[in-house]
Ligand binder design. Structure first.
Ligand code: GLU
Length: 444
């Protein structure tokens, strides 16, 4: 760790070592292929039919669009965007839209695949999808951002729908953007269509409790671990990589329970403080200045991951824990609030070291679970109290956590393989029921 460092590793700016993982034969490993390898490992436990695996090895639909945007200075810029409907065997595709300069098709496919498994882990009736635009939104004015967001919906309007594919926020998108998108879709279809998208502002049909749902879902997982391990929060140190929506809320909830949040970071780098950060104060300065202004030791994002803490929460981007740093990760418990923060090679190293990883498809499923509640409320035209949202979220998160944890114990699996196995049996059952060779033979 170094004091007063001026240049920090910034995972959200560089995409970290996304292209740094080499396969054994020297070729670049692909994030989507790495995602598929988790399903293959789980299939050995579930004995899923090869036909099901074949179906789940590729996305159902992929749409690539270009979005022309008139910039404030009068010039024209054309942005590249994607929407992938990965799998819809269990219901309409569901998943966010990401704005980031490193967005690419392989990543969007991986993110859509993870969404399908995430929805199945928590048993909500959706498939998986994802979208993204190659853009650094910090370089755009608000009006340019609005034109880009509306332009994207114009390009993908025929591809999405409340019964087909329901977008939501993801990295660097927010309720305001969801509101513009819902408005644009409603104009195109000449209907009031709140159920087209989730994560909207409350005034446009958003759900109470959606704002902190991802962080809260991760927090409920930690509370389940606390019960099983007999932790006393005051003695537990936590480091959180990423202080966006998910990172801030999990920090707030854990801090309120007495956990010591000793390190946090954003794309500019992190701050370590042995006695723990004052999280409400940190959230205020972050929201007002956009920066992590606080006293403490300046650290890089890479250094944060290797701190000697009890719980590490990666809450930024994918490919942060790789085979290059896995052996230096000291935390015994890792709770993945980001999508895909750990590569499959790193998983093996962590497992050998006895670290417990609560995998992304379970730990960050709180967001999509409350998105499901929002969609249900929009379709029913009947809205719930925040307490009802929290109670229902708690009940889904705690029972899903138990199902995965117990399966892992029973079959001596790591929690990721157990989560994939749990999800794969649900998706597999839906695909089988749609009709596979085995299904027809068993009906004879
Ligand atoms: N982007 C979030 C995720 O990765 C939320 C998706 C949603 O609410 O549909 O889970």
């Amino acid at each position: 760790m170094s004091k007063a460092r001026s240049t920090n590793t910034a995972p959200t700016e560089t995409g970290a070592d996304k292209n740094d993982e080499k396969t054994q034969n020297g070729a670049e490993s692909d994030i989507f292929l790495d995602a598929l390898s988790r399903m293959e490992a789980a299939a050995k436990v579930t004995h899923t039919s090869p036909e099901v695996l074949e179906r789940l090895s590729r996305p159902h639909y992929v749409l690539q669009v270009s979005i022309p945007v008139r910039m404030d200075d009068g010039s024209l810029r054309v942005f590249e965007g994607y929407r992938v409907r990965y799998d819809d065997s269990r219901g309409p595709a569901k998943g966010g839209i990401r704005y980031h300069p490193d967005v690419n098709l392989s990543e969007v496919k991986a993110l859509g695949f993870w969404m399908a498994f995430k929805c199945a882990v928590v048993g909500i009736p959706f498939g998986g999808g994802k979208g993204g635009i190659v853009v650094n939104p910090k370089e755009l004015s608000n009006m340019e951002l609005e034109r880009l967001s509306r332009g994207f919906i114009q390009q993908i309007a025929d591809f999405i729908g409340p019964d087909l594919d329901v977008p939501a926020p993801d990295v660097y998108t927010n309720p305001t953007i969801m509101g513009w998108m819902m408005d644009e879709y409603s104009k195109i279809t000449r209907t009031h269509s709140p159920a087209i998208i989730t994560g909207k502002p409350i005034s446009l049909g958003g759900s109470l409790g959606r704002d902190d749902a991802t962080g809260r879902g991760g927090y409920y997982c930690i509370k389940e671990l606390e019960k099983r391990k007999g932790w006393s929060p005051n003695g537990i140190n936590v480091a959180i990589q990423g202080f966006g929506n998910a990172g801030q809320h999990v920090a707030r909830l854990l801090h309120a329970d007495g956990y010591q949040i000793v390190a946090v970071s954003d794309s500019e780098g992190g701050v370590y403080r042995e006695e723990g950060h004052n999280i409400p104060a940190l959230m205020r300065t972050k929201q007002m200045s956009g920066r992590l202004l606080t006293e403490g030791q300046i650290i890089t994002n890479a250094e944060l991951l290797e701190l000697p803490v009890d719980i590490l929460i990666p809450a930024a981007l994918e490919n942060q824990i790789t085979r290059h740093n896995a052996s230096r990760i000291k935390a015994k418990t890792i709770v993945e609030l980001a999508n895909g923060p750990t590569t499959s090679e790193a998983d093996k190293v962590l497992h050998k070291r006895g670290a417990l990883v609560v995998p992304d498809i379970l730990a960050n499923a709180g967001g999509v679970t409350v998105s499901y509640f929002e969609w249900v409320q929009n379709r029913a035209g009947f809205y719930w109290t925040e307490e009802e949202v929290h109670d229902r979220l708690y009940s889904i998160m705690s029972s899903s956590f138990s199902a995965v944890y117990d399966l892992a114990q029973r079959e001596s699996l790591d929690m990721r393989t157990a989560a994939y196995a749990h999800a794969l049996s649900r998706i597999g059952a839906a695909i089988e029921a749609h009709g596979t060779q085995d299904y027809f033979i068993s009906q004879d």
